[in-house]
Design a protein around this ligand. Structure first.
Ligand SMILES: [Zn+2]
Ligand SMILES: [Zn+2]
Length: 240
């Protein structure tokens, strides 16, 4: 008899019978939501630079002084800076499989995007493209977190999600702890775009941006094949 199977089922039943609790303050919160409304309201970080996600006193001119001097850039929209309690939790979707964090964190990003669109800061993209994962990771993780985030945002914002057109063809070393140059070397040639209609005005989607190398490498791969990326979206950003 597989004891671990029954133990997991028992723990699952016990967990479901308990009130749903906020992962930050442990107060009861709505079913399926990993965070309570008080923590979400208190954690609203205000305007963030569209270049490096640094908190800004006012949204306009959209980028901080340091980012305004850069000629080549793509807007990066994130819900929270990574060094913020709610931004830090974005990593728990992938690492701890906290899927209950998906609804509140994707909703926070959707609201930020809607504000930016209404103010004319960035264009509405034509489609969303989640960062692909190497297939060898699927059996252990069970899901591609970027796909789940993109699907939730696509549904909420009424935008199509492109899945299966770009693949991660080579398994890469974990990027954690690597320098910018080592990250670029590590990812070089790891993505491949499959044949199909031209993709334009894409938003690339991931959970956390650390150095931006993954987004930049994926955008460059798409551009070489004649596709275009207009912006990057992430739940949290550690860029600045
Ligand atoms: Zn809370
Ligand atoms: Zn900036």
């Amino acid at each position: 008899m597989d004891v671990s199977f029954w133990l997991k089922r028992l723990l699952g039943v016990m967990e479901r019978s308990l009130p749903n609790r906020c992962l930050l303050c442990q107060q009861p919160c709505s079913e399926g939501q990993g965070l309570c409304e008080v923590c979400l309201a208190d954690g609203e970080p205000g305007p963030l630079c569209l270049g490096c996600s640094r908190p800004m006193p006012a949204p306009v001119p959209w980028r901080c002084g340091r980012c305004l001097s850069k000629k080549r850039w793509r807007p990066l929209v994130c819900a929270y800076p990574y060094h913020h309690p709610l931004g830090y939790l974005a990593g728990a979707i992938k690492i701890q499989r906290r899927l209950s964090l998906l609804p509140p964190l994707t909703e926070a990003l959707a609201q930020r995007l809607e504000t930016l669109w209404s103010l004319g800061a960035i264009p509405r993209p034509d489609a969303l493209l989640p960062v692909p994962m190497h297939p060898s990771k699927l059996p252990t993780r069970g899901f591609n977190h970027s796909v789940l985030i993109a699907r939730a945002l696509g549904k909420r914002l009424n935008l199509p999600v492109i899945e299966g057109r770009v693949i991660k063809q080579r398994q890469t070393q974990d990027q954690h702890g690597l320098s910018g140059a080592d990250r670029r070397r590590n990812l070089k040639g790891s993505f491949a775009v499959l044949a199909g209609p031209r993709l334009t005005n894409l938003a690339l989607v991931d959970d956390v941006v650390t150095t931006g190398t993954t987004f930049a490498t994926l955008a460059a791969t798409l551009r070489r094949q004649g596709h275009s990326v207009s912006q990057y979206w992430a739940l949290a950003s550690a860029l600045h």
